[in-house]
Design a protein around this ligand. Structure first.
Ligand SMILES: O=P(O)(O)OC[C@H]1O[C@H](OP(=O)(O)OP(=O)(O)O)[C@H](O)[C@@H]1O
Ligand SMILES: O=c1cc[nH]c(=O)[nH]1
Ligand SMILES: [Mg+2]
Length: 209
């Protein structure tokens, strides 16, 4: 079964509080999501392999470490996932970015895919699927199925906030996928919104409500 990591770094937790606050406006919300995504990228890249190289400092020749060149792909789920891409690219600037467009039908709560565009070599990349919200898990589940159908082999999922229902769904459907969160919340409400959550991530990011 996939592991669940809650990234409890104090800076992530502090910023998440302001992201949740309904009095935080669009500009600040966007900036905070960007910052938290960057901090989460720092944590999620902890296990990247290193290689040894030889360099010359101004004083002496020495052995030093460089990234071993593991290929990474970021896959935001549109729309809300877009808000986390730039923050992650600040730390992983060479990552390729694929896009999966999905929205959750407000009546059926079923995800509807409307767009997909991925780097050609996804089977060679470690993919990080990004979405601020993991609620029922339907959207992330579909996105991951879509990626696997197209050859993806190594996938991780990174979200700001998850409900236990969403985590369970991904763990059941994709036991090979580890999940990285800033918070694991209490439950879903009757409209499948996360409680306490942050409201509608896409609307708050793009000011559409
Ligand atoms: O786990 P689920 O129950 O599937 O819900 C989570 C999905 O809902 C939100 O997207 P939404 O459908 O609001 O689309 P948007 O990003 O375009 O606003 C969110 O960004 C996730 O993609
Ligand atoms: O709480 C939720 C659930 C789904 N999508 C959101 O944006 N927020
Ligand atoms: Mg939305």
């Amino acid at each position: 079964m996939g592991k669940v990591y809650v990234l409890d770094h104090p800076l992530i937790q502090h910023k998440l509080t302001y992201i949740r606050d309904k009095n935080t406006g669009t500009k600040e919300f966007r900036e905070l999501v960007d910052e938290v995504a960057m901090l989460m990228a720092f944590e999620i890249t902890r296990n990247l392999p290193l290689a040894e190289t030889t360099i010359n400092t101004p004083v002496v020749e020495t052995k030093a470490k460089v990234l071993a060149g593991k290929k990474i792909g970021l896959v935001p789920i549109l729309r809300a996932g877009l808000g986390m891409v730039d923050g992650m690219l600040k730390l992983i600037p060479a990552a390729r970015v694929g896009h999966v467009g999905l929205y959750r039908d407000p009546e059926t709560l079923e995800p509807v895919e409307y767009y997909i565009k991925l780097p050609k070599d996804i089977s060679e990349r470690e993919l990080i699927v990004i979405d601020p919200m993991l609620a029922t898990g339907g959207s992330a589940n579909d996105a991951i199925h879509s990626l696997k159908k197209r050859g993806a082999k190594q996938i991780r999922l990174m979200c700001l906030i998850a409900a236990p229902e969403g985590v369970e769904k991904i763990q059941e459907a994709h036991p090979d996928v580890d999940i990285y969160l800033a918070a694991l919340d209490e439950k879903l409400d009757d409209h499948a919104y996360i409680i306490p959550g942050l409201g509608d991530a896409g609307d708050r990011l793009f000011g559409t409500k």
